[in-house]
Design a protein. Structure first.
Length: 303
């Protein structure tokens, strides 16, 4: 009986320390705050996540929402010694509700936020994270949504991973765009009508992209509903996107998320790149090897 008693105490204590906040529900979105650690230590660097679960047919928005909507915002109230970094946005999807095209998330979205705890934080204390989350939820119509989320974590000598959330956090981190390989050179040209991205593989191997899409961080520089055309060129490929008639100047470096499927003899690789493209230098001032020319697709072979 004594053993059973202590096991029950341990069970309920562990449950109480689960790294999950209260759950808040708007009309069509459920929100909660999660931590990858259920105990943190002085000097810890760790991630928390605002998890948004949308009802079927509803969506929330990315950093650049596209033609409509507004990006999710998080206002933090944190104790001294705990610092929150910027939202690590997962790659969005294209949401088309003609005549509007937006960038956002359907189903479930994990917004990761890096946290840093001071080395001076006292062991045996607790830290409480309060997040005021605001979003716009849309289907055929749009509604504002918000949640006040609170999560308290104990400070111990060593950090402790929440095993029940470990796999979900690993998956969420995988969805964060990464820098492209150093062998890939990316540049752009912006005219009144089109924005063109150029991709060149300095190893000489051909980049065989499929289902490519560029999501710019800067709003208003492309037509969101326009098809994005991949073209084969002598030294690489280009992605051409129509611009609106009132498009603003493109900020350099051109930054955004590039997603695609890359096919080669090994199979198909999912591309999820956070890119910073420099302005393409005119062939008039570049060596011959830097020039881009169209080539016939019938003579194209994957190396």
């Amino acid at each position: 009986m004594s053993c059973l008693f202590f096991l029950l105490i341990f069970y309920f204590s562990s449950t109480a320390l689960a790294a999950t906040s209260n759950v808040a529900k708007s009309k069509h979105v459920e929100a909660s705050l999660l931590s990858e650690l259920d105990a943190i230590a002085p000097g810890s660097h760790f991630y928390v996540a605002v998890r948004l679960k949308m009802d079927e047919g509803w969506h929330t928005y990315w950093l650049n929402p596209g033609d409509a909507g507004s990006a999710t915002k998080i206002d933090w109230t944190l104790p001294a010694g705990l610092h929150a970094g910027p939202i690590q946005w997962p790659s969005p999807t294209v949401i088309s509700l003609p005549p509007l095209t937006s960038y956002g998330y359907e189903g479930e979205c994990w917004l990761l936020i890096p946290m840093d705890l001071s080395q001076e934080q006292q062991v045996g204390s607790t830290v409480t994270l309060k997040a005021d989350v605001q979003w716009v939820e849309c289907a055929q119509s749009c509604l504002p949504g918000s949640a006040a989320l609170t999560l308290t974590l104990p400070v111990e000598n060593s950090p402790r991973v929440d095993e029940s959330l470990k796999e979900s956090f690993q998956k969420a981190k995988y969805e964060i765009p990464r820098s492209p390989p150093s062998s890939i050179e990316i540049s752009f040209l912006a005219s009144e009508k089109n924005l063109t991205l150029f991709f060149q593989n300095k190893t000489g191997k051909v980049l065989n992209f499929e289902s490519a899409h560029f999501f710019p961080y800067q709003n208003g520089i492309i037509q969101y509903s326009a098809p994005q055309q991949i073209r084969l060129r002598k030294e690489g490929i280009s992605l051409e996107i129509a611009r609106p008639s009132n498009a603003g100047a493109v900020t350099e470096p051109l930054s955004g998320v590039f997603t695609a499927k890359l096919s080669d003899w090994k199979g198909i690789e999912k591309i999820n790149w956070d890119i910073r493209a420099k302005k393409f230098i005119s062939p008039k001032t570049e060596p011959q090897k830097k020039r881009f020319h169209f080539i016939s697709t019938k003579n194209f072979f994957l190396i």
